[in-house]
Design a protein around this ligand. Structure first.
Ligand code: NAI
Length: 504
């Protein structure tokens, strides 16, 4: 076994201790034994430890029944697992992962107790999702060997593991834990010890910007979700995702991360979120959250439905070849403005009001389309206050087809998708800028940890870094809010025409 001191060579962990046999401890022990590591599972409740070991064995045997694992392989993994009756039994361990109750005092006590039974070279890692690793390590004597190993639930299905580096951890400790993560079949990413680490921090952008759009009465939760799915390929929009993880989990995490970053307005959440928590509407688990899951409850449609006759002719508020080919492909004819027909524009970062003022178009007849992101399945339409809804509805009807829905929203700088993707990209760039994690790891973590179709940097490249900067600059200027301030990381690379992952 390696020593955690800097510079010494590494060797694989062969005996692992797992403290805490709950949901996470079981998963961690399972991937350890299937990764070929002898594992000792300890819990303060010996029944919990026994039950945990039995659950792991039955899960592995079920994988054999489903032909997902060879029987010999499963039995060998099961044979590598044993229950530790006392903490002292963890003495032979080369590394211990703690996954007990999320309580700092209890964790510090367990780490101190562990130091008394394992060798000074044994690595000690916590699976905490919110406690600073340094505050656990500060209770210990040999702090260079202490770090975080943050798995995701359910562990066997979630490939990501965050390796959390507190200030005092040695390079060898981090390198060994990265190797341990790989031994366990996970994809490790190294992250600085920071509030929410990487995934819980990076994930704040999509959810809070979704809520912000709702807060401004721009769109409904189902409209926001539909845009993120249909125009950007997300498996779930922010509201469905929050209902799945549970408002009782994501509201406190939002507040915790926001406070940890000095109340950064970029990750603030809004009263609508708290209101659900106060009402006990936690999402799927309680039967209602942003959406109603009661038997027979109908989710409102995000699609605009109108009896209006489809428009046949439109004019453009300003020359725009991309917009022109889009509307022509949809069957509309572009003609010179006759003073009565709809005037179309495709603003980037601006709302309809500013677009009318910028182009000199009649704001009552201006209909704005969002052409950023995919438009083959859904297109978003917005107008300025006081607009002629008859003209808007006729355009919406013309753009609706068997394969494409239209979502009509209130005036918004950056519609829905531009705002949400710019928020995701900007926060990812902020994570890169502060050196919390490497750019490649930021993308990988959000793709594996949150199922994003593309991480913040990749998403930014897909939309275009320059477009992202334009959207954020316009949002910041129109709202006057620091929430939308572009990071220097994004701004520099966009202005220099460099990929967003370009190192500093
Ligand atoms: P759990 O409540 O399912 O299991 C905790 C286990 O720890 C219980 O079996 C309990 O008997 C045992 N325990 C409590 N105090 C102990 C002590 N002093 N010594 C030994 N065992 C003790 O909790 P869960 O969900 O497995 O979470 C464990 C840790 O993992 C927490 O720090 C949590 O924040 C973190 N985590 C949880 C995730 C989740 O989705 N559940 C995801 C990522 C991290």
């Amino acid at each position: 076994m390696n020593s955690p001191e800097k510079g010494e060579s590494l060797s694989a962990v062969t005996v692992l201790g797992v403290v805490g046999a709950g949901a996470m401890g079981q998963g961690i022990a399972q991937v350890a034994v299937t990764g070929g590591i002898r594992t000792l599972l300890y819990d303060v409740s010996s029944e919990a430890a026994e039950a945990g070991a039995a659950t792991i064995a039955s899960r592995l045997r079920r994988l054999v029944e489903k032909n997902k694992m060879e029987s010999a392989e499963a039995e060998a993994a099961i044979a590598r697992l044993s229950v530790a009756g006392a903490l002292e039994d963890l003495t032979p361990c080369e590394a211990v992962v703690e996954a007990i109750v999320e309580n700092i005092d209890v964790k510090r006590r367990v780490f101190r107790d562990l130091e008394a039974v394992v060798s000074p070279a044994c690595l000690l890692a916590s699976n905490t999702s919110s406690i600073p690793i340094a505050s656990i390590a500060s209770a210990c004597e040999h702090r260079g060997r202490i770090a975080g190993l943050h798995f995701f639930n359910p562990v066997p299905l979630m490939r990501l593991v965050e390796v959390i580096r507190p200030v005092e951890a040695t390079d060898a400790t981090i390198a060994t834990l990265i190797a341990l993560g790989r031994q366990m079949g996970r994809t490790p990413v190294e992250v600085k010890d920071s509030p929410g680490f990487l995934v819980n921090m990076g994930g704040r952008a999509m959810t809070t910007e979704g809520i912000r759009i709702l807060h401004e009465s721009v769109a409904t939760p189902e409209q926001v979700d539909a845009v993120m799915r249909d125009c950007y390929g997300f498996r779930m929009g922010p509201f469905e995702l929050m209902d799945l993880t549970g408002i009782d989990v994501n509201y406190p995490v939002s507040v915790f991360v926001w406070e940890g970053y000095g109340n950064d307005p970029r990750i603030t959440t809004y009263p609508e979120h708290r209101a659900l928590l106060d009402a006990g509407l936690y999402g799927r688990k309680s039967g209602r959250g942003w959406f109603d899951y009661a038997e027979g409850a109908q989710k409102p449609s995000p699609d605009f439905v109108t009896d209006a006759a489809p428009a046949k002719t439109v004019a453009l508020a300003e020359p725009n070849p991309v917009l022109e080919s889009f509307v022509v492909a949809a069957g509309l004819t572009v003609v010179p403005d006759d003073g009565t027909i709809a005037l179309l524009a495709a603003p980037v970062g601006l709302d309809a009001t500013s677009t009318a003022l910028r182009t000199g178009a009649d704001s009552r007849r201006l209909v704005c389309l969002d052409l950023i992101g995919r438009t083959d399945r859904r297109v978003v339409v917005m107008t300025a206050p006081g607009a002629d809804h008859g003209l808007r509805d006729a355009v919406a009807a013309a753009l609706t087809s068997e394969t494409r829905a239209v979502t009509v929203i209130k005036d918004s700088p950056g519609f829905i998708g531009q705002r949400v993707t710019a928020a995701i990209c900007n926060l990812g760039c902020s994570i890169a800028e502060t050196g919390l994690a490497a750019p490649e790891d930021i993308d990988m973590a959000l793709e594996l940890g949150l199922n994003y179709p593309a991480g913040p940097m990749r998403l930014g490249e897909q939309v275009g870094a320059g477009t992202m900067l334009t959207i954020l600059t316009a949002l910041q200027s129109l709202t006057g809010e620091d929430r939308y301030r572009p990071t220097m990381w994004l701004s520099r690379r966009a202005r220099l025409g460099l990929p967003l992952k370009t190192a500093a």
